[in-house]
Design a protein around this ligand. Structure first.
Ligand SMILES: [Fe+2]
Ligand SMILES: [Fe+2]
Length: 414
């Protein structure tokens, strides 16, 4: 009896190890694909799911730590990551979503429910509420995906492609013994549809047909111009989708970092998606839609010219750190105008951005090491300022140039 119980406990531990890996690796893959997803509202929802996957992974790892698993990735990363790379080969966003939500997440949901119902309700009780929370989140995600996919696959051709991709996704999971690994490995390697090699990373960020893409955003108006300033500023927030997309590419492209790196990046990415939503919401309240304004994806494009170290350093040390001065001025301006809604939006954003700049300081040095950089942090930051001064938006350029100028004490950090 004792060894029987031990056997089951070990089996559950092994399953939880795989589940936490699937959760964080799915977030990474959704990140890789975020720029390639066309429809604006789908991007927003996927941004939330990227963060939820990281949270699910964290909760499972916390339980694994209690179960005395010091390295939850040992023995599972080598199985889960190659499988996720197979899912990455999708050629269309609707295929990618169908594989992840209708196959992988659906199978995970089934496995979560089974364990929550069958595990020892007293001995293993702490596992149950964790799984129940993840089950509720996953159910909502899958229901969302079903609705969106019914909409996105609006032709016979797209439906056929999706069906074929779903079968392939099922084969991929079968080849690793299903999500829980219980079925044992199948030695036959799944064969993707012909010419399905990965499209990642995306050189350009995709937008749907509502957007009028231009090389640059409209110039910054005078803050005193009230309505014009407010619309311009929140239009700018809406385009922070590009910051999310840049971070999302790092989630996918950076391989082999510790788990916490992906956890922090998932949150940072979701925060930027929220800033984009914040912009859209405020524009709606003011009577606009984001597609009423010229839109640009050039900030994503120039950052993609560089490796993830530069992308991330430019975003955190230069662009985010350099943005506080204008934001504080704008906050004061809204207070003076009695526009408390805009002021609140800016204040919450400043709070998020303060955390982002801290994450920059936390992760740029280990990333430099990971990528074999030999220059000092100061040298790298200076180089990123020069790059931003060359390619950034007018406000980013101005801030980068200000901070590049010989120190005159006028420089401010948020
Ligand atoms: Fe932001
Ligand atoms: Fe940020």
């Amino acid at each position: 009896m004792g060894s029987h119980l031990l056997g089951n406990a070990q089996k559950n531990v092994h399953r939880l190890q795989r589940f936490q890996a699937f959760e964080i690796q799915t977030s990474r893959l959704l990140g890789g694909w975020l720029p390639g997803i066309r429809r604006w509202e789908v991007k927003h929802e996927v941004g939330l799911h990227i963060w939820q996957g990281a949270e699910n992974s964290r909760d499972l790892r916390t339980r694994l730590w209690e179960l005395r698993v010091t390295n939850p990735d040992r023995g599972v990363s080598d199985i889960i990551i190659p499988a996720i790379k197979e899912f990455a080969r999708a050629q269309h966003d609707y295929e990618l979503l169908a594989g992840l939500y209708l196959v992988l997440k659906q199978d995970l949901l089934h496995a979560y429910r089974e364990i929550a119902e069958t595990t020892y309700d007293i001995y293993d009780y702490p596992t149950i509420p964790i799984l129940k929370k993840i089950i509720a989140v996953t159910e909502t995600q899958i229901e969302w995906a079903k609705r969106v996919l019914a909409d996105l696959t609006d032709s016979g051709e797209k439906k056929r492609q999706t069906q074929r991709w779903i079968m392939y996704a099922q084969d991929v999971l079968a080849s690793i013994g299903g999500v829980d690994g219980d079925e044992g490995e199948d030695t036959s390697a799944p064969v993707p549809p012909p010419a399905y090699s990965t499209l990642l990373p995306f050189v350009e960020a995709q937008r749907d047909e509502r957007f009028k893409l231009q090389p640059a955003l409209p110039p910054m108006p005078d803050m005193k111009s009230d309505g014009e300033w407010t619309a311009w500023q929140f239009m700018g927030y809406a385009t922070e989708m590009q910051a999310a997309e840049t971070l999302a590419t790092c989630l996918w492209e950076v391989e082999g970092m510790e788990w916490e790196f992906y956890y922090d990046f998932a949150r940072h990415c979701w925060d930027e998606v929220r800033h984009s939503q914040l912009g859209c919401r405020r524009l709606e309240q003011l009577g606009y839609h984001i597609s009423d304004f010229p839109h640009s994806v050039s900030a994503y494009a120039w950052r993609q010219l560089y490796d993830p170290v530069i992308r991330y350093c430019a975003l955190t040390y230069v662009i985010e750190a350099g943005s506080f001065k204008l934001k504080h001025q704008s906050y004061q301006h809204y207070l003076e105008q009695d526009d408390l809604e805009s002021a609140q939006a800016i204040m919450f954003d400043i709070i998020d951005e303060t955390m982002h700049v801290r994450w920059g300081a936390k992760w740029v040095p280990p990333l430099m090491k990971h990528y074999g950089y030999t220059e000092t942090l100061d040298e790298l930051v200076k180089r990123c300022r020069e790059i931003t001064a060359k390619y950034g938006t007018a406000a980013q350029k101005a801030a980068a140039e200000r901070d590049l100028a010989p120190k005159n004490k006028a420089n401010e950090k948020g």
